[in-house]
Write a protein that binds this ligand. Structure first.
Ligand code: PGA
Length: 261
């Protein structure tokens, strides 16, 4: 059977330094299989995107690429918005993907779906691929609101992207908020159920072909021990890894375990 390539994203959050990046990639490339066909993308803080790219190039590798973590609070490309970063700047620094709507940004910055939709459009217009994060918090899970929360985040966040073909540039990350950075793992059954819901919701506004080709990945306390089981489920096409992606040996183990599942 033909293996479908998976997607693995390492979200470094607010971590890293030049010396960290040097030692990270020297370990990473001594473990990773350089023939992989899966997408592997490291998302460092914006100030290190260029350095991550040039360090990887020193290893002669096109196996992995750099992406950006978006937390800007302006729906513009540029202008008088002190401290913000425009999508053309991420692209200019060499980012290929941009993470939009990650739960910490939704929570701490109060970003709405409408606003995230604006950022998604700007990313696509600037040639960036998007990882759009959705997911319920614990209270919403316990009160049976998962479907309605995902439905609102997806329909409002992905509205009017300028043609259905744009969906090919979007990866959806299901990240239950209560599992992010907490060590609490979502069971593979629960993750599969939510990812299947996401596919079904997207089918309400997209063609069969788009939905069939859509990448839906899981994020939230992913570790080497649960990567294979999560990735073996039919609606989980890869992983968004936070804390464990800061340890190169762990991240490679997650990729290896998930890719072959
Ligand atoms: P975590 O983070 O793996 O540390 O839970 C997930 C994420 O990047 O959102």
């Amino acid at each position: 059977m033909l293996r479908i390539p998976k997607r693995f994203f390492g979200n470094w959050k607010m971590n890293g330094s030049f010396s960290f990046i040097d030692s990270y990639f020297s370990d990473f490339f001594s473990y990773v299989d350089t023939n992989v066909t899966d997408t592997i993308c490291i998302m460092p803080p914006a100030c290190y995107i260029d350095y991550v790219n040039s360090t990887m190039a020193n290893f002669g590798s096109n196996v992995i690429m750099a992406g950006a973590q978006d937390m800007s609070m302006t729906g513009e490309n540029n202008g008088a918005f002190t401290g913000q970063i425009g999508m053309p700047m991420y692209a200019n620094c060499g980012a290929k993907y941009v993470l939009i709507g990650q739960a910490e940004c939704r929570q701490y910055l109060g970003l709405t779906n409408e606003y995230l939709n604006r950022r998604i459009k700007l990313a696509l217009q600037n040639g960036l691929k998007v990882v759009y994060c959705v997911g319920e918090n614990l209270e919403e899970r316990e009160t049976g609101q998962i479907n309605s929360v995902l439905n609102t985040q997806l329909t409002e966040g992905l509205v009017d992207l300028g043609g259905e073909e744009q969906m090919a540039n979007i990866t959806i990350a299901y990240e239950p908020v209560w599992a992010i950075g907490t060590g609490k793992t979502c069971s593979s059954n629960d993750a599969e159920e939510a990812c299947a819901m996401i596919r079904q919701i997207v089918s309400s506004f997209s063609s069969y072909e788009t939905v069939d080709n859509l990448y839906i990945i899981y994020g939230g306390s992913v570790k080497p021990a649960n990567a294979a089981e999560l990735c073996s489920r039919p609606n989980i096409d890869g992983l968004l890894v936070g804390g464990a992606s800061l340890r190169p040996t762990q991240f490679v183990e997650i990729i290896n375990n998930g890719a072959m599942a």
